[in-house]
Design a protein around this ligand. Structure first.
Ligand code: SF4
Length: 485
């Protein structure tokens, strides 16, 4: 608030952090953080027990300590406590005062309308972005001429969100401040009462334990097969970010479609700063069908893109339309090696009809294909690797990479085989080398990234002889077995 920031006029950072005159403000800063971290509430006595300017300066110092602590989960916990504290004050403000505070916090379109308040719908949607359920949905509010009409209680609750969002975006402490005042900030942190220090440590531990526990509970779920939308939202959740409703809905339905127990899914949400067990349990059990007649499915990519859940597609995403397809394609390397080889051959031959004879010839010619390779393998040039029947490690550039989907009818069956493949060529010097298409996207994705960045990449390859047309000699191609970390 402009009137509060006036208190900072003429106060230098060095005196704020070092001067004895501001000792009370520093103590209040620590108390602010301490009560927030221990109870989720900030209880500070106002005047006459504490001076108003000490309270304001204490707030500034607490932000400095938080910025230096560099722990986003902690920043989010404190942001929620601060927002709750502000909400208590706003609750007792006169309507005019409420409008003034909202306006100075950037909600400039809030105005009084008789006994209610008018708010531009864009400001409403922005402020309520984390509250998209029930009455909070714009469609349930009713918009007239771009304006939403709200009652006082709703405005106060919205302001809590605005303040929380604002405080979660704590800028990084500038390097020079960190360097110049590192000792002072450390000192301040070390003066934080024992409870606070333990709580911070404890808090990190609790969050860490909850995360480890939650991931353990997910049992057979394999994170390395999950699409970017799942992994990034999960990372946010574990960093203590309050996820918006569409993200929570997606995480819940995605995991439940992969047969994860609702109890394990619920525990994942226990790391969110606004976690409420009973409420979360109700939501998760409803969505997963445990307490309702419907088990909801995860939305398609199109929907996840428009609701802001998708962080942007990678090369595999561009070949699929649903996040569950992503997980299924990523499981290719778990198939039996005979089926895996057959699928690679089908992808390479790309015939319109299932090539029974050609497949048989190739499989007879190749014998049993082993996708494993020894731990120690020789580094070779691609030209030498093509003459050596063993696996070789090669350092190459990728001259061509393209994702494709291939399908063919199964003979005598009413089903198709679908294969999501990556077509690629490797280059060393000025020579391009042909490769069998990749169906294992755990290998294909890092290769695509190297191609995108024009970087060299270390791969494990083995030469194979493939017959493309009956009665023709086989052609030599590389099979890429793995990416070397
Ligand atoms: S494109 Fe689909 S699968 Fe890929 S990140 Fe976006 S929503 Fe997820």
């Amino acid at each position: 608030m402009p009137s509060a920031s006036k208190i900072l006029d003429g106060v230098s950072l060095s005196s704020l952090l070092d001067d004895h005159y501001y000792a009370e403000a520093r103590a209040l800063a620590l108390s602010r953080l301490e009560t927030s971290a221990t109870s989720g509430r900030i209880d500070l006595e106002g005047p006459p027990i504490n001076d108003e300017s000490d309270i304001v300066l204490g707030y500034v110092i607490s932000r400095l300590v938080l910025a230096a602590a560099e722990n986003q989960a902690l920043v989010n916990y404190v942001a929620l406590s601060e927002a709750r504290r502000a909400e208590r004050f706003l609750d007792s403000e006169a309507d005019e005062g409420l409008v003034e505070v909202a306006n100075s916090l950037g909600i400039t379109t809030l105005e009084l309308n008789g006994s209610g308040f008018n708010l531009n719908f864009i400001d409403y949607v922005r402020a309520a972005s984390n509250l998209r359920e029930g009455d909070w949905k714009l469609s349930n509010r009713g918009v007239s001429n771009g304006v939403v009409t709200l009652d006082r209680r709703t405005v106060v609750r919205l302001m809590r969100e605005v303040i929380r969002q604002h405080l979660e975006e704590l800028p990084e402490a500038p390097r020079e401040i960190k360097d110049q005042f590192e000792g002072t900030i450390d000192d301040l942190q070390s003066k934080v009462s024992k409870t606070f220090v333990e709580r911070i440590g404890g808090l990190n531990e609790v969050v860490g334990e909850r995360q480890a526990e939650a991931m353990k509970e997910l049992g057979r779920f394999d994170l390395s097969k999950a699409p970017p939308c799942f992994n990034l939202n999960l990372m946010d959740l574990q960093a203590g970010v309050n996820l918006a409703h569409p993200s929570r809905f997606f995480i819940t339905t995605f995991l439940s479609s992969l047969n994860q127990d609702p109890e394990a899914v619920m525990r994942l949400f226990a790391t969110a700063p606004d976690f409420k067990e009973a409420y979360t349990r109700y939501q998760v059990e409803h969505i997963t069908g445990k307490t309702s007649s419907t088990q909801y499915s995860p939305p398609k990519c199109d929907t996840l893109v428009s609701s802001g859940v998708c962080p942007g597609p990678n090369a595999l995403c561009r070949q699929i339309r649903h996040p569950l397809s992503y997980y299924r394609v990523m499981a290719e390397s778990e198939k039996d090696s005979r089926i895996r080889m057959e699928r690679i051959l089908l992808a390479a031959l790309k015939k319109e009809e299932y090539p029974v004879q050609l497949l048989k010839q190739n499989i007879d010619n190749l014998g049993e294909v082993d996708f494993s390779y020894p731990e120690k393998i020789e580094m070779r040039k691609l030209s030498a690797a093509s003459k050596n029947k063993d696996a070789s490690q090669v350092r190459v550039k990728v001259s061509h990479f393209q994702g494709r989907v291939y399908s063919v009818d199964m003979p005598g069956e009413e089903r198709k085989i679908w294969i999501t493949k990556a077509v690629l060529n490797l280059r060393q010097g000025n020579v391009d080398y042909d490769c069998l298409p990749l169906t294992d996207w755990k290998v294909a994705l890092p290769i695509n990234e190297a191609n995108f960045k024009s970087q060299e990449i270390d791969l494990v390859v083995r030469p194979m002889e493939i017959i493309f047309h009956e009665n023709e000699d086989p052609r030599k191609m590389f099979m890429v077995l793995a990416v070397v970390d």
